[in-house]
Design a protein around this ligand. Structure first.
Ligand SMILES: NC(=O)NC1=NC(=O)NC1=O
Length: 174
């Protein structure tokens, strides 16, 4: 799908297609539909990013709380969204040994107890070892820093999800 087709979508079709580019936050997609027409994919991405940046801190934390833990309950019970299942699978979260799984569970628990939102990282730009290392390191950050870092990761996840749905601006010019 190219950007002109995106711009022609009804809001229902737009939300159906892009509603999960920010995990379980279709309101963001529904809101940025008003900003069409988008000159390109980057403009759509920028509209989503600006909507997120304009939220109060509680709104940003709400977005983070909509993310499933890495190698967490949703993965174990098979209730991840298609996108999250693919992302977590590619980062090896579904192939942890018992020691790694226990360490992920413990660190996720510690992180959530400290920040009151989950650890979020763009799994497709990471791997098992890096995720474990970052989770461990980021646990000692301050809440404001981690809220901002988590939102940065949400934006990376969103960018990759958008790119899998819309021909990137460059490919449009091919
Ligand atoms: N807590 C998380 O970081 N979750 C996730 N990151 C991804 O890239 N996909 C997820 O489900």
């Amino acid at each position: 799908m190219d950007i002109s087709a995106v711009n022609a979508l009804s809001y229902e079709d737009f939300v159906n297609l892009f509603g999960n580019v920010v995990e379980k936050c279709p309101i963001i997609t529904a809101a940025v539909w008003s900003r069409r027409p988008f000159v390109g994919l980057k403009a759509l991405e920028a509209a989503i990013s600006e909507f997120i940046d304009d939220l109060p801190e509680s709104g940003k934390e709400g977005i983070l709380r909509c993310h499933p833990d890495l190698a967490g309950r949703d993965l174990q019970s098979g209730t991840l969204t298609r996108e999250s299942r693919e992302e977590q699978g590619r980062a090896g979260m579904d192939a942890l040994n018992s020691v790694e799984a226990a360490r992920m569970a413990q660190l996720n628990k510690e992180y959530k107890e400290r920040f009151e939102f989950p650890f979020v990282i763009c799994a497709r730009m990471s791997d098992k070892a890096d995720i474990l290392r970052q989770l461990s390191e980021r646990c000692s950050n301050q809440r404001d820093a981690e809220r901002a870092r988590g939102i940065e990761e949400v934006k990376k996840i969103c960018r990759l999800r958008l790119q899998s749905l819309v021909l990137t601006d460059a490919s449009n010019k091919l």
